[in-house]
Design a protein around this ligand. Structure first.
Ligand code: FPP
Length: 221
């Protein structure tokens, strides 16, 4: 039977959720983290091995300083007290972030590396094109001249995660927005109207069941 090993989430709709309640953008992102905890629990129960989420893109720097700072604060807090049993990985241009965030996320990766649960990959200061360009530059620095897919993959931020089996975007928009482009090459796509802070275990179960009923062909018959 087809397995769902790796699922990705584009956590869209935090600000719309907040606006509908007369709350600040920051309050929307706070609820977004609560939703993330629910999603991680639901995925653990379904024995999903890897969950990737888009927390902050290389384009999100265009937002107000207040909102950017709030997202980093949430990441810092989450890194210091991650849900038990999961392993944490951060993908993206992490070293370009403020030092206290770099320290917090590296500490979290180290502290959780021997945990037995699923691996939560948080894409932070991440862009799918940026990831591929950085990989190419690392390969050029190594003076490798011609490489195949297996070698290129080793230089991606998200290595050694397996390819995404499914990508879910909440909030009603239907696009990938530069999320894990290489890894999502053959992913099944799911677009749901629910705003991210409203996502429930039932939504995850529904995506899971739909995924199992899809026929994956990988370009074959
Ligand atoms: C997209 O919705 C959401 C983001 C750009 C940020 C998501 C960040 C978090 C959930 C917090 C990250 C923290 C951890 C610990 C992973 P939007 O803000 O674009 O909402 P909108 O589409 O309604 O405007």
């Amino acid at each position: 039977m087809q397995k769902l090993r790796h699922i990705g989430f584009i956590m869209d709709g935090n600000r719309r959720w907040a606006k509908a309640r007369g709350l600040s953008h920051e309050a929307g992102h706070y609820e977004g983290v609560e939703a993330l905890k629910r999603v991680v629990r639901a995925c653990s129960e379904l024995k999903v091995e890897y969950v990737s989420v888009f927390a902050f893109s290389t384009e999100n720097w265009k937002r107000t300083k207040r909102e950017v700072d709030a997202i980093f604060e949430l990441v810092e807090k989450f890194s210091k007290t991650p849900p038990e049993e999961i392993r944490l990985k951060f993908s993206g241009s992490i070293d370009k972030l403020p030092q206290k965030i770099v320290d917090a996320v590296r500490f979290a990766e180290e502290k959780t590396k021997n945990n037995g649960g699923l691996l939560l990959n948080i894409c932070l200061n991440y862009g799918g094109r940026d990831e591929i360009v950085n990989a190419v530059n690392k390969i050029l620095d190594k003076k490798l001249s011609r490489v195949g897919e297996k070698t290129l993959e080793k230089y991606l931020d998200t290595y050694p995660l397996p390819p995404l089996d499914a990508v879910v975007r909440t909030g009603g928009e239907m696009r990938l927005s530069n999320f894990m482009l290489y890894s999502a090459a053959y992913a099944e796509l799911f677009f749901i109207d629910t705003l991210w802070p409203d996502i429930t275990e039932k939504d995850i179960l529904s995506v899971y069941e739909k995924y199992l009923s899809r026929q994956r062909k990988f370009g074959g018959d």
